[in-house]
Design a protein around this ligand. Structure first.
Ligand code: BDR
Ligand code: CA
Length: 360
């Protein structure tokens, strides 16, 4: 399996990306980091810890708290109507923060001294930055042998990973093969009049990643994620007791039926949010999940290669992504042979929707 570090801001669709990354055999998760985005960092970090417990992730998988602020801007808080106050509202059976299985991840590298906030199921306001940046640097340095590389997936603002590249460009460029980012949009309505949310929060971070001449960026923009609509038919299928690998007459194990309920309520919250906020009538787009599918089932997504840039002029256009394809040919993969020229980016555009939901 491909070794992957997942940087996320859960987030309902981040939660689906995490589930797929944990359970699809083509991926071996080597680390997870949280970043501010769908909610402030205290919440997205707590959500990641709760999800790892809910999903029964392997106990030795590390979760690191990331940077509390974008590289050069103030953090913009999205309206709570999209992901809720916590950034991941509405999930049935979510283990509470004070539960030992959650504390295992929540306090993994920065033990907290006061648990009273957790008993109220509200994360603590930790000041300052977490351990994600030094942890990824240490991982690349000590655990990725010379000549080998890992893949980095970002499903929130690019802040943590850009900080790693900024601090150790050579290490990053030799130990990371590509960065797969959910973000950006081209000629469709977006978060600001010019920019998609993840990129709008920290445009400078994407710009930093695009400076690399060795590490290619694969961008999964709204243009393709809006095709991954979790519609009513798929929702019914998620809850259909007959869709299992079990023999007839066998009962679905409780953790599995509970997980279905968790996912069902999670995606119902997200569906209502997308209907009310953006007028999506058929269901919510599972944006972030496609980053993982690109790695596990590359043939399901296709796009063009070319030069990707992002606006960082400190104007209203900040975060606007622009793309000049080098040809009209469509690819599922980014060729990593950079040779003499600057490496190209791959911007994904087409999705085999049915096959994606089959995998999901
Ligand atoms: C992106 O913003 C967040 O709301 C989602 O989690 C996704 O990463 C979509 O614009
Ligand atoms: Ca996200």
């Amino acid at each position: 399996p491909r070794k992957v570090w997942l940087d996320c801001d859960p987030g309902h669709d981040d939660a689906i990306a995490l589930l797929l990354a944990l359970y699809l055999d083509q991926i071996q998760l080597v680390g997870i980091s949280s970043v501010n985005g769908n909610a402030p960092l205290v919440y997205t970090h707590a959500n990641a810890a709760q999800l790892l417990a809910l999903y029964r992730a392997p106990k030795d998988l590390p979760l690191h708290r990331g940077l509390a602020k974008p590289l050069k801007k103030e953090y913009i808080h999205p309206p709570v109507s999209i992901h809720g106050h916590s950034g991941l509202d509405g999930v049935l059976h979510m283990p509470p923060l004070a539960h030992p299985s959650v504390r295992h991840w929540y306090d993994q590298f920065e033990p907290s001294t006061d648990s009273s906030d957790l008993d109220k199921n509200e994360p603590q306001t930790k000041e300052g930055d977490g351990t994600a940046v030094p942890a990824l640097i240490a991982y690349l340095e000590n655990s990725v042998p010379e000549g080998e590389k890992i893949t980095v997936v970002i499903t929130g603002p690019c802040t943590n990973i850009a900080a790693v590249r900024h601090l150790r460009p050579q290490l990053f460029d030799t130990k990371v093969d590509k960065v797969v980012i959910m973000g950006g949009a081209f000629d469709i309505p977006q978060w600001t009049p010019y920019a998609e949310f993840n990129i709008a929060v920290d445009p400078d971070a994407l710009d930093e990643l695009l400076k690399s001449r060795n590490v290619g960026v694969v961008l999964v923009p709204l243009n393709v994620t809006h095709k991954a609509i979790f519609d009513r038919k798929t929702h019914a299928r998620l809850l259909d007791p007959s869709v299992t690998d079990l023999k007839e007459g066998d009962e679905l194990p409780k953790p599995v039926s509970q997980l279905r309920e968790s996912l069902s309520t999670m995606l119902t919250f997200f569906r209502d949010a997308y209907a009310n906020q953006f007028g999506f009538t058929t269901g919510p787009p599972l944006h972030d999940a496609l980053t993982i599918i690109h790695l596990t089932h590359p043939h399901l997504l296709k796009g063009r290669r070319g030069k990707l840039t992002v606006e960082i002029s400190k104007t209203e256009k900040d975060g606007e992504t622009s793309f000049s394809p080098s040809s009209e040919e469509k690819f599922s993969n980014l060729d990593l042979d950079s040779g003499e020229k600057a490496v190209e980016s791959l911007v994904l555009e087409d999705l085999d929707v049915e096959a994606f939901f089959e995998v999901f």
